[in-house]
Design a protein around this ligand. Structure first.
Ligand code: NDP
Length: 330
């Protein structure tokens, strides 16, 4: 076991922030009872914000960004983990206030880790990543609120992005009819390949709308927020549920109470970062069962650690399709 490892580090610069690849030692890692040899990380929307400084995601300087990783336990003083265990980490402030996944080593609290199901390899775990695990949390929220496939269509916004792509694959396999909303008409075949039955232009949803519209879907997985979420709510069928997890269009919600008080619509908030461990274990075991790995491969591209800063810019510009696996050792 070598003490030295490569990592991406962000630090404060005179103007904005500096992002560089550095060699660090184990002593540079933060407190934790489990040290992990990281195999893969990924690039989520929030990583893009952290890498570019576009929003104040990083709150401890300097920091290794990367809100998730998959790897093998190297050393552990936590009785739940032993060397060789395959683990995944999502959130808990990792990549924000605690050193994160863009490194060959990570040291974290064992309580933050989930053991990976046998059928999900470490590379597939990061093809899923926080985006895909959040998509699963959204689907679980729809189910919990009684939105079964017979109740009607499901709208997925931000469809060609990470959350959207995994949500479509999951919902299609579970028997739902999926309407995918995208700004990239060129990705229609890709979205249909994942299981979307119908594609709509995101411009249909992105402008200010009416308090109530025609009832079009029984459920929504929304990665976009703002007017899109308001319009999605206004067009949700009586008794339906909207799972809101993202803000790609904006953090605002210019909506009215009409869908709630006239149609009994439920707005379910989805947070992946502080979700309790039992929910995470459930989500990862559901992903093992309900995500078609062929479709996951079809939505995933590979990258190296050195590609990550550029990919951070690309994901904020809406140029990334599906998911990216970052091999931190290549
Ligand atoms: P991606 O960038 O991969 O996907 C976002 C998608 O949103 C884009 O691909 C694009 O889809 C669409 N989009 C982008 N800009 C706009 C815009 N201005 N108006 C309308 N649509 C837009 O990001 P992720 O999938 O990683 O994350 C999606 C969202 O979910 C982010 O806001 C992220 O912060 C949030 N998130 C929240 C989590 C939580 O715990 N609540 C966890 C994980 C993610 P298309 O090209 O198809 O239109």
């Amino acid at each position: 076991m070598t003490d030295k490892f490569r990592a991406i580090r962000v630090s404060k610069a005179e103007t904005g922030q500096k992002t560089e690849i550095v060699e660090l030692g184990l002593a540079d890692l933060m407190d934790g009872d489990v040290t992990v040899a990281v195999d893969f990380s990924t690039v989520n929307y929030k990583d893009g914000l952290a890498l570019t400084g576009a929003a104040p995601v990083v709150r401890t300087w300097p920091l290794i960004p990367g809100i998730d990783f998959a790897g093998k336990v190297e050393t552990s003083t936590n009785s739940d983990f032993k060397p060789g265990d395959r683990v995944v980490l999502n959130g808990w402030g990792v990549g924000e206030t605690h050193n994160g996944g863009y490194a060959q080593k990570a040291r974290v609290k064992g309580d933050w880790l989930v053991k990976l199901p046998d059928s999900i390899s470490n590379a597939h775990a990061m093809a899923i990543g926080t985006a895909g695990y959040t998509a699963m949390l959204c689907v679980m929220a729809l189910e919990k609120n009684g939105v079964t496939p017979d109740k009607g269509d499901i709208l997925v916004t931000g469809a060609a992005g990470g959350v959207g792509s995994v949500a479509i694959a999951l919902l299609a396999k579970l028997g739902y009819r999926v309407i995918a909303s995208t700004g990239r008409a060129s990705e229609a075949d890709y979205l249909k390949g994942l299981g979307a039955a119908e594609i709509i232009d995101r411009n249909e949803l992105s402008a200010p709308g009416k308090p109530l519209g025609k009832e079009r879907w029984a459920g929504v997985v929304d990665a976009v927020g703002s007017n899109t979420l308001a319009n999605a709510l206004a067009m949700t069928r009586y008794g339906g549920t909207v799972a809101a997890c993202g803000l790609a269009q904006g953090m605002d919600l210019p909506a009215s109470v009409a869908p709630f008080i006239l149609r009994g619509v439920t707005l379910a908030g989805i947070d992946s970062v502080m979700a309790p461990k039992a929910k995470r274990i459930e989500a990862w075991s559901r992903l093992a069962k309900d995500l078609d790995l062929g479709k996951l491969d079809a939505m995933t591209s590979r990258a190296l650690l050195k590609d990550v800063p550029q990919l951070g810019q690309d994901i904020l510009a809406g140029k990334v399709r599906g998911r990216i696996v970052v091999d931190v050792n290549a």
